[in-house]
Design a protein around this ligand. Structure first.
Ligand code: NAG
Ligand code: NAG
Ligand code: NAG
Ligand code: NAG
Ligand code: NAG
Ligand code: NAG
Length: 790
């Protein structure tokens, strides 16, 4: 490197002498010469290019000069006149700039250039390179060395123009919404570049400010903010020159994210109404974490237990849900809301299915209640249930209905087919339906079966006993649904059928009474018809007028312990009434009286020899209670019927009736003491007592069957003497008085009576049992209507 020092004037003289080309270095010439711009970075080396290639082949460079600005003195010179350029001698000005300059003629790049080390702002200026050749004309190059000036540090502003301070993050921005940031710098030479970067890729490199503006601006617009920018850093990088380096500004971003997944993860099982079930919902992807809420049928679920868990981006919620049958088919929604993100929600929904016991009702299919007899009726067990009911049962008046093809009663699943409906089909129908949640019974439906009137059973054809000139009240009893609207009667005489005029007929409900005096006409029979809204009775109830007769004797009489446990009970079956109203009479004879020791054999012919009855009981039915027989004594009981025509004959005799040490009735003194005054039967005490007895009897109904059975069976096993045991050995005084005069010593058995008891035994037992089972009411009426003392 040449370190010589030239004093300006001397050198100029030398150059002029050496080379006649000085005139080319005029100012005029320099102005027209184009200048190549070279940017220098302060503190770094700058290289000013100069083309030294000869225009002609085999020509050689002789001299090279570098001038700066308008200085006449070359800054740098190279003398190659005496040898190849590589051996040329270099001369530089000894000032600051000269000492940092060196001309590189050739290296691997092949380009000659003036290298200035560690440039500074004073080095700026217009440099000229002059090249002289052996043969070719001198050549000039101009180079404008300008130093790079970096812009200010980038500043970042948001959409509202607020600056993002250093160390702060920008945002919050919302996922899928616009993100706007503006980066700006001032100054910079050359005009700086301003680029938005993210993770090594350019987001935006377009300058948004005008070319000649002092401020350089790059506005970053991301129309739909992606999720991955959450927590990311983007950079705004400014640079005036690559060589000068970059000024970078990092901006952390805050981005709120929508929940991107929400799911009810529990399986969609059938929900039972009987217990609460846990249903789990999960959401993720939300920032900040989402809040989960539950909705059923569009409404928030209240009063439900919800368990929550939350991490930075995951939220779980367990709903403890109690469902009602009404909730079946409703939509259950799990909704995830980002509280910081307006509109940032997502939801999962499912239709829930609720298991509940059936809801049941009975309805008629294709017809209306009431129904007509002989029609076919279908009932449906209307059920709503989840899961569907899998079994049904049908009930008629609270009894399970079995399948009965012969009766035409066909329960088939939820249908009940009633073929050819009869009166007996009327009543309350209910059904039950069952699924895994339970069994439900419907409320009963009252099926009304309508039919035209008909004679009540047992009243179809009656014999009416006529007593001359006595008016009879002939009763016509019918069954009818709905109620009878009208009755009509006819006389059947030998001359034909005649209508009965209204005045003699009295009708109420299902009964019509015709007052009729035989003998006034030649009447052989009466017919009675009833009509209702369904129609007219098909077959009339018939009444045959016959001369009245005395009633038949009662049959099958039986003595047993009273069903209420007090005393004895005598029951018979009524015989024919002879066409007139009959009543029954029981007479008790004391045969243990020693008055007639010869009265040892009980025969019908004996009756006349007996003393007058100790007492007599009258009844509308052949059922009698004997409460006041004296223990230890033997009695004979006779039963007969009586009507207006006379007594039945012969009477039924029950010999050897006896009570052994049996406790007397609690009501003995009040009710069963033979009274001298027959009018006492209507006393209030007896009415009250009747009520009490009825109550007791009702309470004992359950026991009656077994008591009757045992009693009757014992009676069958041990025919003959019926012995009653007394628990009290001392009967009350009244008792003695009342039964004084009854005979003693009647211990023999009656073969006749024994035989009759055997014959009727089985039948009576079964009838009694049946009677107490199904005809409770009838039993009560027997008890209330029990005969009183005569
Ligand atoms: C240029 O230089 C080379 C070798 O140094 C020489 O051979 C040649 O003659 C020179 N050309 C002229 C025109 O001087
Ligand atoms: C050199 O270039 C810069 C930048 O283009 C310009 O501003 C300056 O005027 C130029 N200098 C001269 C002497 O042409
Ligand atoms: C950044 O880029 C690298 C390479 O392209 C990639 O693997 C990485 O996931 C990116 N990071 C983000 C946050 O996008
Ligand atoms: C079916 O009905 C008929 C007539 O009502 C009856 O006699 C019979 O006992 C019933 N059968 C069953 C199995 O109930
Ligand atoms: C009338 O009586 C006669 C003889 O008993 C009988 O044949 C006829 O059917 C009866 N008529 C009516 C309408 O009852
Ligand atoms: C009647 O009851 C008594 C005990 O109260 C008993 O000893 C007797 O055998 C019974 N008689 C009949 C016929 O059941």
């Amino acid at each position: 490197m040449p370190q010589s020092y030239y004093s300006g004037c001397n050198l100029l003289v030398v150059f002029v002498v050496l080379n006649g080309a000085w005139c080319l270095d005029t100012k005029e010439f320099q102005k027209t010469l184009p200048a190549r711009l070279v940017w220098g970075v302060p503190g770094k080396d700058a290289e000013l290019p100069c083309d030294i290639t000869p225009a002609l082949p085999n020509d050689n460079v002789t001299m090279i000069f570098w001038f700066k600005d308008n200085q006449g003195m070359p800054l740098y010179s190279l003398d190659a006149r005496h040898g190849p350029i590589s051996k040329a001698s270099h001369l530089a000005m000894s000032d600051d700039l000269g000492s940092r300059s060196y001309f590189i003629t050739e290296d691997e790049s092949g380009k000659a250039r003036l290298r200035i080390q560690n440039v500074n702002v004073n080095d700026e200026g217009l440099f000229r390179c002059r090249v002289d050749f052996v043969n070719s004309p001198t050549r000039n190059y101009q180079v404008n060395l300008t130093l790079v000036a970096q812009p200010s540090a980038p500043r970042v502003f948001d959409a509202e123009g607020r600056e993002i301070k250093i160390g702060h993050s920008a945002g919050p921005f919302l996922e899928d919404r616009e993100l706007f940031l503006s980066c700006q710098v001032t100054g910079g030479r050359p005009k700086p570049s301003l680029v938005w970067w993210f993770n090594g890729t350019i987001l935006d490199s377009v300058i948004d400010s005008s070319r000649d503006s002092y401020t350089t601006v790059n506005q970053l617009v991301i129309t739909s903010t992606p999720r991955y920018l959450k927590g990311a850093q983007i950079k705004c990088i400014a640079s005036s020159s690559e060589a000068a380096g970059y000024i970078s500004r990092e901006i952390p971003l805050t981005v709120f994210l929508k929940p991107n997944k929400v799911k009810i993860v529990s399986p969609n099982d059938l929900l039972s109404i009987s217990k609460s079930q846990n249903i789990r919902c999960e959401t993720s992807g939300s920032y900040p974490p989402a809040k989960l809420t539950w909705l059923l049928d569009g409404r928030a679920i209240r009063n439900a237990v919800v368990t929550e868990e939350e991490t930075e981006s995951f939220t779980g919620s367990i709903l403890s849900l109690n469902v009602a049958p009404d909730d079946d088919g409703k939509d259950l929604v799990c909704r995830a809301d980002n509280p910081r993100f307006p509109g940032g929600h997502a939801e999962d929904r499912r239709q829930i299915h609720v298991a509940y016991p059936p809801r049941v009702s009975v309805e008629l299919v294709g017809t209306q209640n009431p129904v007509r007899e002989t029609t076919d009726v279908t009932l449906r067990c209307k059920t709503s249930a989840t899961p569907p009911a899998d079994s049904y049962s049908w009930y008629h008046n609270s009894h399970l209905i079995p399948h009965n093809t012969t009766a035409g009663i066909l329960p088939e699943g939820d249908r009940l087919f009633l073929k050819n409906v009869k009166e007996s089909f009327a009543g309350y129908y209910a059904c039950s339906a069952k699924n895994i949640e339970g069994e439900t019974y419907s409320s009963p439906m009252d099926l009304i079966v309508q039919f035209e009137p008909r004679c009540k059973k047992g009243y179809e054809a009656m014999r009416v006993g006529a007593l001359p000139l006595e008016t009879l009240a002939v009763q016509c009893h019918v069954d009818s649904v709905p109620e009878v609207s009208r009755f009509s009667w006819t006389y059947n005489t030998s001359k034909g059928v005649l209508p009965v005029h209204g005045g003699k007929i009295e009708s109420r409900g299902d009964v019509s009474i015709l007052r009729f005096t035989p003998g006034s006409d030649d009447v052989e029979s009466l017919s009675c018809w009833a009509s209702n809204s369904v129609g007219r009775q098909q077959r009339p109830c018939l009444f045959f007028i016959t001369p009245a007769e005395a009633p038949e004797s009662p049959k099958s009489c039986l003595v047993r312990n009273a069903t209420n446990g007090e005393g004895l009970e005598v029951s018979c079956i009524a015989g024919k009434d002879g066409g007139l109203h009959q009543s029954f009479i029981l007479e008790v004879f004391d045969v243990s009286a020693p008055a007639d020791p010869q009265a040892g054999v009980t025969t019908l012919s004996d009756q006349g020899d007996l003393p007058p009855p100790k007492y007599r009981v009258l009844g509308e039915r052949p059922l009698f209670y004997l409460h006041n027989l004296q223990p230890g004594k033997d009695y004979q009981v006779s039963v007969y019927a009586e009507n207006a025509k006379g007594k039945s004959h012969p009477p039924v005799i029950l010999p050897n009736v006896r009570i052994d040490n049996q406790l007397t009735s609690l009501f003995f003194n009040n009710e069963d003491v033979p009274s001298s005054n027959p009018a006492a039967e209507a006393s209030p005490s007896s009415v009250n007592l009747t009520v009490i007895v009825v109550s007791l009897a009702a309470a004992a109904v359950v026991l009656i069957v077994s008591i009757i059975s045992v009693a009757a069976i014992l009676a069958c096993r041990r025919p003959g003497v019926v012995r009653m045991r007394r628990r009290s050995s001392k009967p009350p005084e009244e008792f003695d008085l009342s039964e004084a005069g009854f005979g003693e010593g009647f211990h023999r058995r009656s073969a006749q009576y024994r035989a009759s008891m055997y014959g009727e035994c089985e039948e009576r037992i079964s009838r009694m049992i049946e009677g107490t089972h199904s005809k409770d009411k009838r039993l009560f009426s027997y008890l209330t209507a029990r005969p009183r003392l005569q």
